[in-house]
Design a protein around this ligand. Structure first.
Ligand SMILES: [Zn+2]
Length: 195
């Protein structure tokens, strides 16, 4: 077996890591002290053994339900719908939102063959059916897929008689929410508008 080629192939599985970067990472690992490289490998194993999705909100967590879903001081009447766990992290950093989350794990994207059944949308509808939400904030990304997803979710939830909002304009179009700076994200959130 060609150990180096194998490592490069494995590293290039990461989204956004091309062949060149995978090569660089592989040679970096080769030069690294054995113990350091082993602790990277160990961290990957530990994450895979211990981190799962929360059965309520689908955020990543070590305990199920997650600490946000079980926190006694959070507002159970507001639900913020996001695409990725990293978006939850971005909102939590701003401290602008004290409600519950729902992580869709993606966005509807016909071009990429991602349909409503491929994201945690049915799970969201079930939560809204049994929950007592006053407001649902559709904080999907400000790009074509994110907008289309927000529109679709809005339609699916329109019969529940719950207020549905979307963070205000001001977030840069095409940029993923997780990359927005905290001030921009807070302002967009505070200025959210009815859909
Ligand atoms: Zn949760």
């Amino acid at each position: 077996m060609n150990y180096i080629d194998n490592l490069i192939n494995e590293l290039s599985r990461f989204q956004g890591i091309g062949a060149k970067t995978a090569q660089r990472l592989a040679y970096h690992l080769i030069r690294m002290p054995k113990e350091d490289a082993k602790s990277i490998a160990q961290a990957i194993i530990e994450v895979k053994d211990n981190i799962k999705f929360c059965s309520l909100c689908f955020n990543i967590t070590a305990i199920d339900p997650c600490i946000i879903c079980t926190a006694p001081d959070r507002d159970r009447q507001s639900l913020c719908v996001v695409e990725q766990p990293l978006d939850v992290l971005a909102f939590e950093k701003t401290a602008v939102f004290k409600g519950m989350y729902h992580v869709l794990h993606g966005a509807i994207s016909p071009i990429n063959g991602v349909g409503p059944q491929d994201i945690k949308l049915n799970e969201l509808i079930k939560r809204v059916e049994v929950g007592s939400f006053d407001e649902i904030i559709l904080a999907t990304n400000v790009n074509l897929d994110g907008e289309a997803t927000a529109m679709y979710v809005h339609q699916m939830l329109s019969n529940f008689g719950v207020k549905i909002t979307r963070p205000a304009r001001g977030l840069p179009f095409g940029g993923d929410l997780e990359y927005a700076d905290q001030t921009t994200l807070s302002k967009a959130f505070e200025g959210r508008q009815n859909l």
